[in-house]
Ligand binder design. Structure first.
Ligand code: UD1
Ligand code: MG
Length: 467
């Protein structure tokens, strides 16, 4: 039997004035992914088609993040019901279920949406399923009015509710699953004769009931339905995400020495028996394989760290860092767009950018790949089992052959063949006895010159001896 089609509409045209931002609210990030990206990710496994995103004018930048969602611009924000109406052309061909979500509620879980769809196809064939939740402070949320049998009778907005209705703890999250065929035609019956003067999508419930159709409620935990309206709520959402990510990481077999101080991105992958020290930050695009140790105070983004590697403390891995198995990256080492082969080491004070380092090679303290001449970037290629002496500059483009040794303090501007030794620095000169001669000469000239009396020092001595 072919599965009934599912479409989705995500409402995101609200102005988000409380964010005090020049960018759309749903573009603000949680765990390095825009809010709207989280919503799209929750929808993805359900393979909705189409996914329509309703935005206000000048919010088209959202389209990039929400691709392949279809963007509909709602010219004026006249309410949630009006927002769905604005998308009616895009939804014309939708015959199955229509999920309605909000762009500023990023933690909605796929499983919850699936449960709503399942409820939609329950024996009593509800025309609409509403996702309810029980926030600690129901405040301004719409309240769900149930009938004696536990079915949904209506949704009343807080501003339009009686004191008795406001005492209800079960609230409307805004997420709905609609039987598109029955419910879409009812949109044009919505009126705006209410406290806000808006077309409320929530009024669809009462319209369905008036036709004798059922409406149902599915409940979800509060954490999934945190709405974000201000920077403070954004920070709270970030903290909620991080709490969960830390718990998931530990559950999956990573050790976090100080979980509260470790920050993950939405896409951080950790293997088993990964050890993470305090104050480690994972930007987007990081994969860490098994048995890796990341010591304290590392900043890692866009990097792949193979099994058994040891990173930090105080290391910075930037996009394109590919750290091979058993590699050691030590303190104050920065790696960008560079590959380090198995067992390579760069333990202290080094910059490796746009480079390829062979397995087993040792990069001495203070080595710098000089990759940028102010106009373009060039590559440094080092073979396996080479040894780069401390405080070396490798002026790219340059290559060092396998097994080569570069003397400390070198400025390497020419390729070094395999197994060669390269020394590129000023030659040392030892002048025997010259230091002693120098001192004696200086002493003589100094004693000839009359000492100028230092009044401050004298009185200081006096005071001291007088004690
Ligand atoms: C809405 C619900 C309320 C629910 C609450 C949950 C209605 C009438 N009320 O109220 O029952 O408890 O959400 O958070 O639906 N939007 C548009 N176009 C518009 C208006 C809104 O796209 O013209 C979008 C907003 O960007 C937002 C969502 O719809 O993502 C909700 O709008 P909002 O104004 O926040 O509704 P609430 O008053 O909070
Ligand atoms: Mg709201």
């Amino acid at each position: 039997m072919p599965k009934p089609r599912i479409a989705a509409i995500v409402l995101a045209a609200g102005k988000g004035t409380r964010m005090k931002s020049r960018k759309p609210k749903v573009m603000h990030e949680i765990a390095n992914r825009p809010m709207i990206g989280h919503v799209m990710a929750a929808l993805k496994p359900l393979r909705c088609d189409p996914v329509v995103l309703v935005v206000a004018p000048e919010m088209e930048a959202v389209a990039q993040v929400a691709a392949p969602a279809q963007i509909v611009v709602q010219r004026e924000q006249l309410g949630t019901g009006h927002a769905v109406m604005a998308a009616r052309n895009a939804l014309k061909s939708v015959g199955g279920d229509l999920l309605v979500l909000y762009g500023d509620t990023p933690f909605i879980a796929t499983a919850t949406l699936a449960a709503m769809l399942q409820r939609r196809h329950g024996g009593d064939n509800p025309a609409v399923v509403v996702l309810g939740f029980r926030p600690a402070e129901p405040g301004g949320y719409g309240r769900l009015l149930l009938d004696a049998a536990g079915g949904l009778d209506a949704i009343v907005e807080a501003r339009d509710a009686t004191p008795e209705q406001r005492a209800i703890g079960l609230c409307n999250s805004g997420v709905m699953a609609l039987d598109a065929e029955r419910m879409m035609p009812l949109l044009k019956e919505l009126k705006n004769d209410n406290a806000k003067g808006e077309y409320y999508l929530t009024d669809l419930v009462a319209l369905a009931r008036a036709r004798g159709w059922n409406a149902a409620v599915v409940e979800a935990p509060v954490e999934e339905l945190m709405g974000i309206n201000s920077r403070a709520e954004l920070a709270a959402a970030e903290q909620a995400f991080q709490r969960r990510a830390r718990a998931v990481a530990m559950e999956a077999g990573a050790t976090l020495l100080d979980p509260e101080s470790v920050y993950f991105s939405h896409d951080t992958h950790l293997g088993q028996d990964v050890m993470i020290g305090p104050h480690v930050y994972f930007g987007p695009g990081v994969t860490v394989e098994n048995d890796v140790e990341i010591k304290g105070f590392c900043h890692i983004e866009g990097a792949r760290i193979a099994a058994g590697a040891r990173i930090g403390p105080f290391a910075r891995l930037r996009p394109g860092a590919a750290i091979g198995p058993d590699v050691h990256i030590g303190n104050f080492v920065e790696v960008k767009n560079a590959r380090l082969g198995p067992g390579a080491k760069a333990n202290h004070l080094t910059y490796i950018g746009d480079a390829e380092i062979g397995g087993g090679t040792n990069i001495g303290a203070g080595t710098i790949t000089v990759n940028y001449d102010g106009f373009s970037k060039s590559r440094t290629v080092i073979g396996a089992n080479a040894s780069i002496g401390s405080n070396t500059s490798l002026v790219a483009p340059v290559s060092i052959g396998a097994g080569a040794i570069v003397g400390a303090g070198s400025v390497i501007t020419e390729n070094v063949p395999a197994d060669a030794m390269a020394i590129a620095r000023g030659r040392q000169v030892n002048l025997t006895g010259r230091a002693q001669n120098f001192r004696e000469r200086r002493k003589k000239t100094a004693s000839k010159a009359k000492p100028t009396p230092k009044s401050g020092a004298k009185s200081g001595t006096k005071r001291k001896s007088g004690k």
